[in-house]
Design a protein. Structure first.
Length: 319
């Protein structure tokens, strides 16, 4: 375990100095690696550790993004403050979804459909209201300053996104070592047995979905102030939800490093192939590659890539 922590420390130091050697384009790819690693980790809390499958996490990203922007526009709140209000709002919406799902015993595909339904409802509401930009979306005029979460160069975004990832890893690691985390894992492994031993199934599922939704929405504030454009057709779509879940599935669900490894494997491929195929007139073809890659992972790496990486590096990581 000490060797593992030493390895992670060396990797962290390397990431701290990496921007000095990267072009702006390469920095942008690393920013998206961190962005999706954070989103995947947030989803991982609900699905990887509790076993509750959600395909509607794009809803929480949208809540965080639009809440942050509108609070800044109407009340003059800094995005650094608005993001936490957006997070609380997303967490409460997550509790509403959880109440309908967990109180009425929805499991498996039925809960998945519930999350998809809420995400689609949210997308359609945003799509048809002028305050959210309607079908045109919202173009955000940047006012560059640290207080506004807006910067002229990619380097500050790189370090903020890296901070997001470190924050998510710390939260998940603390959950793993806590009573709440152990109960969540017990629900994932055998819900009926855990309930028979006195674990409050409803309570701990509600805690999991609140934390997951709250953390996911914080990425919405980053999305807003990095891309300067909001549109529900991309940010709150089913395709975006799938983008979120691919990283932990491929890297390894129910682990701290799985979503990070998955993002390092998938995101560069996604960004490069998306750019290449778009120039060639084949927009969306990268999603086909995703599909083949996901099939390959399910067939050959059913526990995620991380389990095989651990075996390959067992001597370095201390077995």
């Amino acid at each position: 375990m000490k060797k593992l922590y030493l390895f992670l420390l060396v990797a962290f130091v390397a990431l701290l100095v990496l921007p000095k050697f990267l072009s702006s384009y390469a920095l942008g790819i690393f920013i998206m690696i961190f962005f999706y690693a954070y989103l995947g980790q947030s989803w991982n809390i609900l699905t990887g550790y509790t076993g509750v499958i959600s395909l509607g996490h794009s809803l929480y990203v949208g809540i965080g993004a639009y809440m942050t922007y509108l609070l800044t526009l109407t009340l003059g709140l800094s995005p650094w403050i608005g993001m936490w209000i957006g997070g609380l709002t997303a967490g409460l919406i997550g509790l509403v979804i959880g109440f309908f799902g967990f109180r009425f015993g929805l499991k498996g595909v039925y809960f998945v459909l519930l999350t998809i339904s809420f995400a689609e409802i949210g997308r359609l509401i945003v799509l048809h209201l002028k305050v959210f930009g309607s079908f045109q979306g919202l173009f955000i005029t940047p006012h560059f300053s640290a207080a506004n979460f807006q910067f002229k160069e990619n380097v500050p975004y790189y370090y903020i996104a890296l901070g997001y990832v470190i924050f998510s890893m710390v939260v998940v690691r603390l959950l793993e070592r806590s009573k709440i985390g152990r109960y969540m894992i017990a629900l994932r492994e055998e819900e009926e047995a855990a309930e028979s031993l006195g674990v409050n199934v409803f309570k701990y599922k509600m805690i999991a979905i609140f934390i997951s939704a709250w953390m996911t929405s914080l990425a919405g504030a980053f999305y807003t102030n990095y891309l300067y454009y909001l549109h529900p057709g991309t940010m709150m779509s089913m395709a975006f939800s799938i983008e979120i879940i691919l990283r932990p599935i491929i890297g390894g669900m129910g682990t701290v490093l799985g979503p990070v490894i998955g993002s390092f494997l998938i995101t560069p491929l996604a960004e490069i192939s998306r750019t290449y195929f778009a120039k060639a007139g084949y927009e969306g073809l990268h999603l086909v590659i995703y599909g083949f890659l996901l099939v390959a992972v399910v067939l050959f790496f059913p526990r995620g890539v991380i389990s095989y990486i651990k075996k390959a590096l067992s001597s370095l990581l201390g077995g």
